[in-house]
Design a protein around this ligand. Structure first.
Ligand SMILES: [Zn+2]
Length: 206
């Protein structure tokens, strides 16, 4: 597909980044993401992905009370996430309004299957955590690492975690490595490398 003039304007900031470019923007528009979660992290990630041109499919979980304020109104609490996002995302970016799966971005706990990229949003009680896997990333190491994490933070840290998760998802979609990794979000804007649970094969490869 070729970008239309208004799309070049809309995505100019991304296209100007050398790692995205026009080709990359087309790839984001042609991709998709299944979003699972009802909190601020998942909803923020959905909004960032849609704004960047990636169509999203949301789950039917009810919007959690902590999500009010960002994208959703107090009246949306308890409604299915899919219904609320179907209403608000076309205003964020009409290009991404047609839901399309392909890859998964989910709040923990979650079951993992389907096509990469996989991006997990979780936490350890104080910090946010994002663990990610591209098509070549080790499924075992990803699974073992997310199995030891809890649910993602709420509030400002949850919103920041969602934005970071969307960025990571877009990078994987564009084929940018690494294929497996994790980051702690200590505070909005403060990111630390995470030590992953590695299988013998991956340990040997590092
Ligand atoms: Zn491994």
């Amino acid at each position: 597909m070729a970008l239309r003039e208004e799309q070049i304007l809309r995505y100019s900031r991304q296209i100007l980044l050398k790692d995205v470019g026009g080709r990359g923007q087309e790839a984001l528009l042609e991709g998709g993401a299944k979003i699972e979660g009802d909190g601020p992290a998942a909803l923020t990630a959905a909004a960032y992905l849609a704004a960047g041109g990636t169509p999203v499919v949301a789950s039917d979980e009810a919007v959690c009370p902590a999500s009010a304020g960002f994208l959703v109104t107090p009246e949306d609490i308890g409604r299915p996430v899919s219904e609320v996002l179907a209403r608000v995302l076309p205003d964020v970016n009409a290009d991404a309004a047609t839901p399309r799966e392909g890859g998964r971005l989910a709040e923990l706990p979650s079951a993992w299957n389907g096509e990469a990229p996989w991006v997990a949003l979780g936490g350890d009680g104080t910090r946010g955590a994002v663990v990610f896997r591209g098509p070549q990333g080790c499924v075992w190491c990803f699974g073992e690492t997310v199995r030891n994490l809890g649910t993602p933070p709420m509030g400002v840290l949850g919103v920041a975690l969602g934005a970071l998760g969307a960025l990571v998802f877009q990078r994987l979609r564009l084929g940018m490595g690494p294929e497996l990794g994790g980051r702690w979000l200590v505070a909005p804007g403060q990111v630390l490398e995470m030590d992953l649970h590695l299988c013998a094969k991956c340990r040997g490869a590092r």
